[in-house]
Structures are given as structure tokens and as C-alpha cells.
Write a protein that binds this ligand. Structure first.
Ligand code: C2E
Ligand code: MG
Ligand code: MG
Ligand code: MG
Length: 276
């Protein structure tokens, strides 16, 4: 009985897996074409100081507009690009494009840092430092205005190697953020050893404020810890005034989320974000 049921279950999942495997294969193939055909673009989400409402930075977020499928979200293709190694080429393109954006911002008289998401493979790539320094030189950006976002899971494992790579990046003058903070499995004792500058509180803690008292406690504790460790803190996924007010009351003033702005194409950034 159990065996028969097990077989059915297996059959059921195997069809599902086929569909998933086919989709992966399709995306993998389309990704190769997309890189050649330049179907990608970057959107930028403003990071705002809620006290002054000044835009202090922008997070670059990749967008793929496929000629047939339309927009394919990063959650669908970044993991595949990562698994196939295509992310190294795609990620280098993101770095260069975002640095050119940073240069154009400055030329237009706008202030603000530019944050870029790094993938695990990119972070571990021996070429990363050379790629980064070449791009910084070529685009003539201020390296201190470039922020790289990493996740906790990328730093765990070989912690000593991660610390060495973080130091290499920092030696270029670039700042480092831990993205999605609180969702990984890093231990607090390691956070202290990583030479990072910014913690980004994950949206999952912010989204149920002010209804969920646990999330409020956790968020307040992350902010307090960041302050103790001398780290800047940015809240992600801020969608309401109440969330913004709670964060400000607990000393987190830099926020990013739909409350202020969704990610925008570059033309809209130049249209809507005031020049200082
Ligand atoms: P992330 O780095 O944590 O980026 C924040 C995500 O939350 C973005 O999704 C953004 O559009 C979304 N978001 C921002 N504010 C709000 C809000 O108020 N409410 C809600 N519900 N969502 C909000 P997106 O653009 O779909 O990117 C998803 C993830 O894909 C990113 O998460 C990042 O991990 C990855 N990603 C995006 N662009 C790149 C890239 O160029 N390179 C790499 N390696 N990863 C990228
Ligand atoms: Mg990010
Ligand atoms: Mg994030
Ligand atoms: Mg997140």
C-alpha cells in the first residue's frame, strides 16, 4: 500500500521535475542568446534618508526583457546563471553598466552611492579584483560611492578565504553591504570579523510591521546590534509610512522600498530624482 502510494508520489513529482527541468534548460539556452543580444537592462531603486527625504543611493537591479516571454524576474534566471557559470559574464556586465550609471549621475550633478548585487560565484572568482579595478579606472568613478552587496551564505563556509576577499575589495576603496540580513545562517561572532560597512535588514522582517511584535523586536535588535558594531543599517522593502516611522524611531533612517519608489529605469531616475 505504502509502496504503491510512494510510486504514485514519485511519478507525480517526476512529471513536475520534468517540467521544472525543461524550464531550466529553456532559460539556460535563452540566457546565452540574451547575453549576446543584450536583452538586459538595469533598474535602480532609490535609497532614501527618511529624515531629510534625500536620495542617498541607488540599488542596481537587473531586468531581462525577453522578446517572447516578456519580463523574466531575477529570481527565475539569476540562480540558473549562477549554476551554469554564466553569471560571471553577466555580473561583469552589471558591474560595468552600474559604474557607467554612477558616472552619469555625477555628471548630471546628482549625489548618491550605487549598490550592486554580487553573486557567490562572482565573489569567489579570482578575477573579481582585476575586473573591479579595471572598471573603476575605465569609468573614473569614486570607488567609495560603489557598494557591493553580498549575502551571509556567501561568507560562510571558508570564512578565512571570505575575509581575505573582502579585504581585497575594501583595499580598492569600495564599500560592502550584507544583503537580506537575518535570513542567512551566519553566526554573530563572524559578522564582527567581516570587514563590512552596511547591514541591509531583509524585507521579511519589515513587511509585517507594525502588526507582528516579534518582527518589531527582531528589527529593533538588528538595528541596535548594527550600531554597536559601527555598521550602517538600511531597511529593505519599506512599503508604508508606519514601517518608516517605526524604523526611524529605532534609529534606522535609510530606507528602500515601494513607499518611496520602486526600481526605476535610468530615464525615470533622471526625470524624477531632484538634482542637488
Ligand atoms: P535583493 O538584492 O534583496 O533586492 C531587493 C528586491 O526586492 C528587488 O527584487 C526589489 O525590486 C524588491 N523590492 C524593493 N522594494 C520592495 C518593496 O517595497 N516591496 C516588495 N515586495 N519588494 C521590493 P528583484 O529586482 O526582483 O530582485 C530579486 C533578487 O535578485 C535581488 O534581491 C537580488 O538578490 C537578485 N538580483 C537582482 N539583480 C541582480 C544582479 O544584477 N546581480 C545579482 N547577482 N543578483 C541580482
Ligand atoms: Mg540587494
Ligand atoms: Mg536585499
Ligand atoms: Mg531581500
Amino acid at each position: 500500500q505504502a509502496k504503491a502510494k510512494g510510486r504514485n508520489t514519485y511519478h507525480f513529482y517526476s512529471q513536475d521535475l520534468d517540467a521544472a527541468a525543461n524550464e531550466r534548460l529553456y532559460i539556460e539556452n535563452e540566457l546565452r542568446t540574451a547575453i549576446k543580444m543584450k536583452q538586459f537592462t538595469l533598474y535602480y531603486q532609490p535609497q532614501v534618508n527618511s529624515e531629510t527625504t534625500e536620495v542617498v543611493g541607488y540599488e542596481a537591479l537587473i531586468r531581462w526583457f525577453h522578446p517572447i516571454e516578456g519580463a523574466i524576474p531575477p529570481s527565475k534566471f539569476i540562480p540558473i546563471a549562477e549554476a551554469t557559470g554564466l553569471i560571471v559574464e553577466l555580473g561583469a556586465w552589471v558591474l560595468e553598466e552600474a559604474c557607467h550609471f554612477s558616472r552619469r549621475l555625477k555628471t548630471a550633478g546628482k549625489i548618491g552611492n550605487v549598490s550592486i548585487n554580487l553573486s557567490a560565484r562572482q565573489f569567489k572568482d579570482a578575477q573579481l579584483i582585476k575586473t573591479l579595478s579595471d572598471i573603476i579606472e575605465k569609468t573614473k568613478i569614486e570607488p567609495t560611492q560603489l557598494h557591493l552587496e553580498l549575502t551571509e551564505s556567501m561568507l560562510m563556509g571558508d570564512v578565512e578565504a571570505a575575509i581575505a576577499q573582502l579585504k581585497h575589495i575594501k583595499s580598492l576603496g569600495v564599500s560592502l553591504s550584507i544583503d537580506d540580513f537575518g535570513t542567512g545562517y551566519s553566526s554573530l561572532s563572524y559578522i564582527k570579523r567581516f570587514p563590512v560597512d552596511i547591514l541591509k535588514i531583509d524585507r521579511s522582517f519589515v513587511k509585517d510591521i507594525p502588526e507582528d511584535p516579534n518582527d518589531m523586536e527582531i528589527t529593533a535588535a538588528i538595528i541596535a546590534m548594527a550600531q554597536k558594531l559601527n555598521l550602517q543599517v538600511i531597511a529593505e522593502g519599506v512599503e508604508t509610512e508606519a514601517q518608516m516611522a517605526f524604523l526611524a524611531k529605532n534609529n534606522c533612517y535609510i530606507v528602500q522600498g515601494y513607499y518611496y519608489s520602486p526600481p526605476l529605469c535610468e530615464a525615470d531616475i533622471f526625470k524624477f530624482v531632484p538634482t542637488i
